[in-house]
Design a protein around this ligand. Structure first.
Ligand code: PAF
Length: 281
C-alpha cells in the first residue's frame, strides 16, 4: 500500500491509472476505521481495478462546539488495517493541503442540506460536500463508496455528483451493525459501558418501527411517537430528532407507503449518534 500525503502526489498517481485504463474505486473516511468502512473497501475491490481510501478529519464539517479536536484518530492502526484489506493507496493529506491559507470556496446542496442532521448541525453538509468534491477532484474516482448509515450524506453527495456532472458513480453500501443491533460508528468509541448499553435504544426503536409497519401501521406520526417512547424510556438518551421522510427529498411523508426513510439522531451522554432504516411497503 502506498501512503500519499500531498494533493499533487495523489493527482499524479490518478493520472497514471487513467492513462493505463484502470478504474478507480474510492472510499473517503475520517479514519478510526471499523468493519463498516471495511465493507466499503471490499465492495470497491470487487468493482474497481484500484482502491484508494482517504483518511482526513475534515474541519469544515464540524461546528464550533463539536468534537473536531477529540475526534478519535489512530493512523498506525488504520493503516495496518487497510494494508491487510488489500487497499492500494492511503491518501492522508494534512489540513493545509486541503484548505490552504486564503481558502474561500464551498459547495451547498440547497434544501437537502438543511433537513434532519442539517437542522441541528448547521454548516455540516456544506463542509461534507466541499471536502468530498475536493477529494473527488484529487483522487479522480470512477466509483465512490459510502455507508447507508449516513443516508442524508449519501443523498447529498449523489445530488452533487449529478448536478456538477462529476462522472463519479456514488455507491451506497448497507449499514453494518454490531450483533446486538448498534450501528457501527467511529463515535461509538466515546461511549462508556453504560452509554454503550443505552445506545441500543436507537436500533431497538427502529426495529419496533419496522415491526409496527409490517403489522399494518401506516400513520408516520404513530411510528415516530413509538420510536420516541423507546428513546424517552432510556434515561441516558436525549432525542435530537426522529423523522419518517421520503428517501429522495427528505420531506416528511404523509403515509407509511412506498419507500420511507425512518431516521433517528440522539445524544447518549454527550455523544451524538444517528441510525436509520429504510422501510418499503
Ligand atoms: O462519512 C464521513 O466519514 C465523512 O463525512 C466524509 C464523507 C469522509 C467526509 O469528510
Amino acid at each position: 500500500m502506498i501512503l500519499v500525503e500531498t494533493v499533487a502526489g495523489m493527482k499524479a498517481l490518478s493520472r497514471g491509472w487513467k492513462r493505463a485504463g484502470k478504474s478507480v474505486g474510492f472510499v473517503p473516511t475520517m479514519g478510526y476505521l471499523h468493519e463498516g468502512h471495511l465493507s466499503l473497501v471490499r465492495e470497491s475491490k470487487t468493482r474497481a481495478d484500484v482502491t484508494v481510501v482517504s483518511i482526513f478529519v475534515n474541519p469544515t464539517q464540524f461546528g464550533p462546539n463539536e468534537d473536531l479536536d477529540k475526534y478519535p484518530r489512530d493512523l498506525a492502526k488504520d493503516s495496518a488495517y487497510l494494508e491487510r484489506a488489500g487497499v492500494d493507496v492511503l491518501y492522508h493529506p494534512p489540513a493545509a493541503e486541503v484548505y490552504p491559507p486564503g481558502y474561500r470556496t464551498y459547495v451547498e446542496v440547497e434544501g437537502l442540506q438543511d433537513r434532519l442532521c442539517g437542522r441541528s448541525r448547521p454548516g455540516h453538509f456544506r463542509g461534507v460536500a466541499t471536502v468530498v468534491l475536493k477529494l473527488f477532484e484529487t483522487v479522480g474516482p470512477d466509483l465512490a463508496f459510502f455507508g447507508a448509515k449516513d443516508a442524508q450524506q449519501v443523498l447529498i453527495i449523489e445530488r452533487m455528483a449529478r448536478d456538477l456532472d462529476l462522472g463519479v458513480e456514488v455507491v451506497t453500501c448497507p449499514l453494518v451493525r454490531e450483533p446486538d443491533g448498534l450501528a457501527l460508528s467511529s463515535r461509538n468509541a466515546y461511549l462508556s459501558p453504560e452509554e454503550r448499553q443505552a445506545a441500543l435504544a436507537l436500533s431497538i426503536g427502529l426495529r419496533w418501527a419496522e415491526r409496527a409497519v409490517a403489522a399494518g401501521e401506516r400513520d408516520p406520526a404513530k411510528v415516530v411517537a413509538g420510536i420516541r417512547a423507546v428513546l424517552e424510556a432510556e434515561p441516558l438518551a436525549r432525542i435530537d430528532y426522529v423523522e419518517a421522510v421520503d428517501p429522495g427529498t427528505l420531506e416528511p411523508v404523509a403515509e407509511m407507503r412506498g419507500p420511507v426513510l425512518v431516521a433517528v439522531a440522539a445524544f447518549v451522554g454527550p455523544t451524538r449518534l444517528i441510525d436509520n432504516v429504510r422501510i418499503a411497503v
